[in-house]
Design a protein around this ligand. Structure first.
Ligand code: ADP
Ligand code: ZN
Length: 734
């Protein structure tokens, strides 16, 4: 009897379908469960590894044409079936080719099946009921030090960590012999960095009530929108809820926007959780990533902390999910599988039946709307945790004002006064480089990137022209390429130029510029922030890298150099983004005991959105901005998807979208369709970029109409000529 067991398999290919195979020869049923990998013949003479997602009883492919799989290497599901279900739903939500999405969600080594056995390690700790180490080091100071270190690490320390603190093997050996220290073997935790443990701080009454509200919901699905002003102590609240989950033997998943920008946050979590924390980020090696994934899946680590892709980490006993700074754009992947980790965290929490906390001082309008509709529960922390009052905010009207470079006389005065008082200042300008454009004084020619048709940014220190859209560069020029005149004029101001201006205006000030250019070297960001913390800088100049996470008690003045850029932009989310950045940056002022002050330079002090933000705060601003979205039927008050197409010539890109539009109008006349339109950045890296915007009033309409439409598009020969993609809930419209 031939083996007629059927497998339905997701393959890592860009096709929106699954593939049926016959089971490989001599294979147990265990190895054929959904979530197990399978090697199959695919295409001409190729073999690929796919994942079993179903064991169907019949196939649409006739028995005789079904191919037989070659091997099934896993004897139990690599991806636990409930987690597999979640990944499949995510790929369907974003209309991304299922196998491609599935495999993008697995760490490379897990995907390839390389060495996924858990590693073990030896830990040293004080025996239970051990007497506290005596205060007097006596005759064996090293042994005494070892005992003190171990007393501070109830979960134990590795010999490596002890050696880092000067404790040799022989010291450990004699302690073991005396029975003062014991040795335990355990599975290696993913994060072995040693930091002294810290006691939880006593929560203030606001924190307490919010934390207990949330803790009370452990065990059920609730979305908590934690709206806490900057400095209100959200981190302590997360930690309290996580601790309650851990006490019940559950795990926590914590998402942060960018590991490198939130060192203090991670440090706090690390010191409270100890070695059972896995920090996952792109800087990890392939092996460590796979290890963390396995450790989380099998329950060997209790807390997983990572950037957006960490949302795909399987958990053995999920208890709570935390999304810090939920409004942050980095939660949305902008290429390949275009998912939002924040939104998937909510889907996941519902699957598991657990609470999820979406924390922010500046919630996204999506969250604000969900709160208003009663889908999310709002938890607020209206006050700062410390003693500092909120900063005062004042506009500086730039209309007709005399400027020193980009700086008004009033801002300069404030900087000078602050410097004299020995306090720190921060100037925010979200534009790196020296000047955002150069043009010729004789003929007006703008030096532009030939691949993007956008001006080059002049980087004076590096003496290079850099395209901020495609990253291409060229050496500095002294002549206009068109008329050969030698007078090139620098237009506008970037952080480099601002730093230079300040150095001339305030020669006594120690200035520290923090942007992607100045922090390129490994560890540079950390070193610079350490300087800032040590009081070794008077003025910080920087981009949005400075907006979040940092707590500098002596920083009392924040200047927003250019508030105008976000007010008039092609992207309908520009005002929301601007407000979020301003509030986050302003939140850096006056976090210690000294009051803070924020000065905003603008040519539009009467702009209604800007006014509501400054006079009434983020909440009223968000409601006003939401009303505007509603009037314009824009997300989150409607559901949007964008079909993009790119090509080196414009015509094929347009034709593909025209075809798509025709097909769509037949399939779903109730959808609104706009385009084909050029993107705001019409050409990037040599490709023309066109888009077709699809809008529906209900999500179910998109979910119904998009799949058959996209499957049809996949079969169109024109689709093979252009590079196309679908983006559901797009965040970046440029
Ligand atoms: P947020 O993330 O809301 O901006 P943080 O969690 O960074 O705020 O907390 C801001 C500061 O307040 C930190 O220095 C933190 O240690 C301190 N803090 C938080 N909660 C308390 C508390 N209950 N008592 C004293 N200080 C606190
Ligand atoms: Zn370019």
């Amino acid at each position: 009897m031939p083996d007629t067991r059927l497998l339905r398999v997701a393959m890592p290919v860009p096709l929106r379908r699954l593939f049926d195979y016959l089971a490989p020869p001599d294979c147990t049923d265990d190895a054929l469960q959904p979530g197990c990998r399978v090697r199959v013949p695919f295409g001409k003479g190729r073999t690929l590894v796919g994942m079993i997602v179903e064991r169907p009883t019949r196939s649409d492919v006739p028995q005789a044409s079904l191919k037989r799989a070659l091997a099934a290497p896993d004897d139990s599901p690599l991806v636990p079936p409930p987690h597999l279900g979640f990944l499949l739903r995510a790929s369907a939500y974003y209309q991304h080719p299922v196998g491609d999405a599935l495999f993008q969600c697995l760490p490379g080594n897990v995907r390839r099946g390389n060495d996924t056995r858990p590693a073990t390690e030896t830990l040293f700790r004080l025996p239970a009921n051990a007497p506290a180490p005596a205060g007097n080091p006596g005759r064996a100071p090293r042994q005494h030090l070892a005992m003190q270190l171990l007393a501070g690490a109830p979960n134990g320390l590795t010999s490596r960590a002890l050696a880092d603190n000067g404790i040799s093997h022989s010291v450990l050996a004699s302690l073991l012999e005396k029975g003062l220290v014991e040795k335990i073997g355990r599975l290696r935790a993913s994060d072995t960095t040693v930091s002294p443990g810290i006691e939880p701080v006593a929560l203030n009454p606001h924190q307490q009530s919010v934390a207990s509200n949330m803790t009370a919901t452990l065990g059920g699905f609730v979305v908590h929108a934690l709206h806490g002003v900057t400095g209100s102590g959200k981190t302590e609240v997360y930690l309290a809820v996580m601790a309650a989950a851990l006490e019940r033997g559950l795990q926590a998943l914590v998402l942060v926007p960018e590991i490198g920008l939130t060192p203090q946050f991670i440090d706090r979590v690390r010191r409270r959780i100890g070695p059972e924390l896995a920090v996952v980020h792109s800087g990890l090696g392939a092996k460590e990533r796979a290890q963390s994934w396995m450790d989380a899946r099998d329950g060997r680590v209790r807390v997983v902390l990572g950037t957006r892709s960490a949302v795909w980490t399987p958990l053995a006993n999920p208890g709570v999910i935390v999304v810090d700074e939920e409004h942050d754009l980095s939660y949305k992947q902008q290429d390949g599988f275009r998912y939002s980790a924040r939104d998937m965290a909510v889907v996941r929490a519902r699957d598991h039946g657990i609470p999820v906390i979406l924390g922010s001082a500046t919630p996204s309008l999506e969250t604000v709307r969900n709160v208003a509709a009663g889908r999310y529960t709002e938890q607020s922390l209206p006050q700062r945790a410390g003693t500092a009052p909120p900063p005062t905010v004042t506009f500086i009207d730039l209309r007709g004002a005399q400027l020193h470079g980009a700086i008004s006389a009033r801002l300069l005065d404030a900087l000078r006064t602050n410097l004299e008082q020995g306090c720190q200042s921060l100037l925010f300008l979200n534009r790196r480089g020296y000047a955002p454009a150069l043009h010729c004084h004789q003929c007006g020619t703008v030096l532009a990137c030939p691949r993007c048709d956008m001006p080059y940014t002049w980087h004076k220190q590096a003496r290079r022209l850099v395209c901020h859209h495609c990253s291409s560069e060229r050496a500095a020029q002294s002549q206009c390429p068109a008329c050969k005149d030698s007078e090139l004029v620098q237009l506008g101001h970037g952080t480099e130029r601002l730093e230079e201006t300040l150095a001339t205006l305030l020669p006594a000030a120690r200035i520290l510029r923090i942007d992607r250019d100045s922090t390129r070297a490994r560890g540079a960001m950390g070193r610079m922030m350490a300087r800032a913390h040590a009081g070794d800088a008077d003025i910080l100049v920087g981009t949005q890298m400075l907006a979040k996470g940092h707590h500098l008690p002596n920083l009392t003045l924040v200047g927003i150099v250019d508030a105008d850029r976000g007010l008039y932009s092609a992207d309908f989310r520009a005002a929301e983004r601007m407000a979020q950045l301003f509030v986050q940056v302003s939140g850096r002022a006056g976090r210690g005991n000294l009051p803070g002050q924020v000065l905003i330079q603008t040519h539009h002090p009467e702009h209604p959105l800007l006014r509501s933000l400054v006079e009434q705060g983020y909440g009223p601003f968000a409601r006003l901005a939401l009303k505007e979205r509603e009037d314009a039927s824009l997300p989150p008050c409607s559901c949007m998807a964008v079909l993009r197409s790119e090509h080196y010539e414009q015509a094929p890109a347009v034709r593909f979208l025209e075809l798509a539009r025709t097909l769509l109008q037949k399939a779903g006349p109730q959808l609104q369709v706009f385009g084909p339109l050029p993107s705001a950045l019409e050409r990037r890296a040599g490709r023309f970029r066109m888009q077709l915007i699809v809008q529906a009033s209900r999500r179910s309409q998109l979910a119904q109409i998009l799949p058959p439409w996209l499957q049809q598009l996949e079969k169109e020969p024109l689709g093979n000529r252009v590079r196309w993609s679908i983006d559901v809930d797009p965040q970046d419209m440029l």
